[in-house]
Ligand binder design. Structure first.
Ligand code: AR6
Length: 168
């Protein structure tokens, strides 16, 4: 499974074709990784995203990377965890699936994901990690155009959760 990598660090610094943003439905910025991406990409990003008309939970939209090294930013909106009875697992899987679909449509070969929904949106980390890895593995069974998926972990706890799954 060398097509899947885990890395610790700041997703905005990666030299990949696309980074994924854990955004909110407005696509106009926020805290966490979203805030970091908007700060690093510069004010042109919010100007561009205003024209995208928002994004529903589980869906994904694409923008240029502007000032970051990645050529594209794929903005997806994870579900807010509210106990697991509101389709949260399916919606989180949709984030990975729809982001990868958009990546293929845009000729992206290397893509980095943050741990969507596991911060402010409170999705339980271990379950979120299983969904993320599961969707990417499923995707690789059917698609050969993407060469690398990197899971970027901002903290040690997240890094260990991915490590446990991928080294198993
Ligand atoms: N690089 C990689 N990962 C990061 C970075 C970074 N620079 N900064 C934080 N993380 P969160 P969510 C990790 O809260 O739960 C925003 O306000 C973070 O440690 O960013 O999907 C949006 O506008 C955690 O592991 O996203 C939405 O309103 C992971 O990224 C809301 O938060 C996701 O945490 C989305 O919440």
């Amino acid at each position: 499974m060398e097509k899947i990598e885990i890395q610790k660090g700041d997703i905005t610094e990666l030299n990949v074709d696309a980074i994924v943003n854990a955004a909110n439905t407005s696509l106009l910025g926020g805290g966490g990784v979203d805030g970091a991406i908007h700060r690093a990409a510069g004010p042109e990003l919010v100007e561009f995203n205003r024209k995208l008309g928002g994004c529903q939970t589980g869906e994904a939209k694409i923008s240029p990377g502007f000032k970051i090294p990645a050529k594209f930013i794929i903005h997806t909106v994870g579900p807010v965890w509210s106990g697991g009875k509101n389709n949260e697992e399916i919606l989180l899987a949709n984030c990975y699936r729809n982001s990868l679909k958009l990546a293929v449509e845009n000729g992206i070969k290397t893509i980095a994901f943050p741990a969507i929904s596991t911060g402010v949106y409170r999705f339980p980390l271990e379950r979120a990690t299983e969904i993320a890895v599961g969707e990417v593995k499923k995707f690789f069974k059917k698609n050969e155009s993407i060469e690398k998926v990197i899971f970027v972990c901002f903290d040690e706890k997240t890094f260990q959760a991915y490590k446990k799954l991928l080294n198993a």
